[in-house]
Design a protein around this ligand. Structure first.
Ligand SMILES: Cc1cc2nc3c(=O)[nH]c(=O)nc-3n(C[C@H](O)[C@H](O)[C@H](O)COP(=O)(O)OP(=O)(O)OC[C@H]3O[C@@H](n4cnc5c(N)ncnc54)[C@H](O)[C@@H]3O)c2cc1C
Length: 359
């Protein structure tokens, strides 16, 4: 890692301990979107991690560190930082997003199109001077507070992925409205909502023909980031469980002396290292400019499942104490289910892997 990566990593660790960990249970309980914490993350330099010039490996390390404290906040920051990166790569000023004055969002999914993203129906049409967009986007992270939208829309009915372009849409403006925040099993700090666009002004960011390819390329990186975040959650869960079993006693000895628990925790530690291996292999391949679609799909398939299985193991090893919300374990466990759906479901990862395997 270069000096910049080490600096950001340290900033992430410090930020997680000061600004995330102490508040995350409250954000979840009160269903709060932590906009001020996003701004503070910007001030700490953490939203810069997706700008051109930063390696994806560095970004994964930062998001792994932050997700150990809270997955939902970290996913919100990852989408926000991703929006700043896209603006910078397309010659637009990312500063207001980096500072947290504006919140960024990635808008692909619709009420009628998720996995089958080429079936989106939000329409983009040229009105001579510029572009206008109409449609509804669903499951938009940061939707409750966003004003910078990277919106994917169809520019030619019936042309499938070839007609999809990416637009830069800014709020507030007439016709643009967020729906109410979603009520969820967990992850309220992601600020999920629908976004309605009715005859909204839009600027073309990525033209038809390249828009869908760009979405797929960005999704490879997003999958590595989600995998890294799952490593962060599991890593923290394991640390907490190990500390607990060393001090808690039953039948006259520390829990750590029971072989059943030792084996369960050893399996968790092994799967954590396997998840990290897949994750950082995928991220390094993307950094090197190699085709990493399968590597990213494998990391995204493995790491959330490993985290889900073994966060449950960690809670089990702690008994009832593992369920208390002053520990992040139950919150992390609920978020592993979200990690198995966002940025492509498990089945979508299997499709990618099997298609290549059987080609
Ligand atoms: C917490 C969270 C945050 C999100 N944030 C964003 C965001 O910021 N921006 C955004 O655009 N989207 C976002 N999404 C949406 C996410 O990308 C979609 O949920 C995801 O792509 C899956 O789409 P779907 O939920 O509509 O499921 P569907 O596509 O309806 O799929 C339902 C089920 O069918 C399976 N399935 C579908 N097709 C196949 C097939 N060919 N073969 C086998 N099985 C199949 C799926 O794997 C799944 O199990 C978010 C989702 C979540 C949960």
């Amino acid at each position: 890692m270069d000096g910049g990566g080490a600096r950001l990593n340290e900033a992430a660790r410090d930020f997680a301990a000061r600004e995330v960990e102490p508040h995350a249970a409250f954000w979840e309980r009160e269903r709060t979107f932590p906009k001020e914490a996003l701004r503070a993350a910007g001030a700490a330099g953490l939203a810069e991690v997706r700008l051109p010039g930063h390696l994806l490996v560095e970004a994964c390390e930062v998001f792994e560190e932050l997700a150990a404290a809270d997955y939902a906040f970290t996913f919100a920051l990852a989408c926000h930082a991703g929006a700043a990166g896209v603006l910078a790569r397309h010659g637009r000023d990312p500063e207001p997003v980096l500072r947290g004055d504006e919140v960024g969002a990635f808008c692909l999914t619709e009420p009628g199109a998720g996995t089958d993203a080429a079936a989106i129906t939000t329409a983009g049409r040229s009105d001579g001077d510029g572009w206008r967009v109409d449609g509804v986007k669903a499951w938009i992270t940061n939707g409750v507070a966003a004003s910078v939208f990277q919106l994917y829309a169809q520019t030619e009915v019936g042309s499938g992925h070839r007609g999809i372009a990416c637009f830069d849409v800014r709020g507030p403006q007439p016709g643009l409205a967020a729906g109410p925040p979603y009520g969820l099993t967990a992850g309220h700090a992601m600020g999920l909502s629908d976004i309605h666009f009715e005859n909204c002004e839009a600027r073309l960011l990525i033209p038809p023909g390249d828009g869908f390819k760009a979405a797929l390329r960005s999704i490879d990186s997003a999958r590595a980031i989600v995998a890294a975040m799952c490593c962060g959650m599991l890593g923290r869960g394991l640390e907490i469980a190990v500390a607990h079993v060393k001090q808690r006693r039953a039948f006259g000895r520390p829990l750590a002396e029971f072989q059943a628990l030792q084996w369960a925790l050893a399996e968790a530690a092994t799967d954590l290292e396997a998840a990290r291996g897949l994750t950082y292999t995928a991220a390094a391949a993307i950094d090197a400019g190699r085709d990493a679609t399968v590597a990213a799909a494998q990391a995204k398939k493995f790491a959330p499942a490993a985290a889900q299985r073994h966060l449950a193991t960690c809670i089990q090893a702690m008994g009832a104490e593992g369920l208390r919300d002053h520990h992040p374990l139950a919150r992390h466990l609920a978020c592993t289910k979200m990690a198995q759906i966002q940025d492509g479901t498990n089945e979508a990862q299997s499709l990618v892997i099997a298609r290549r395997l059987l080609a």
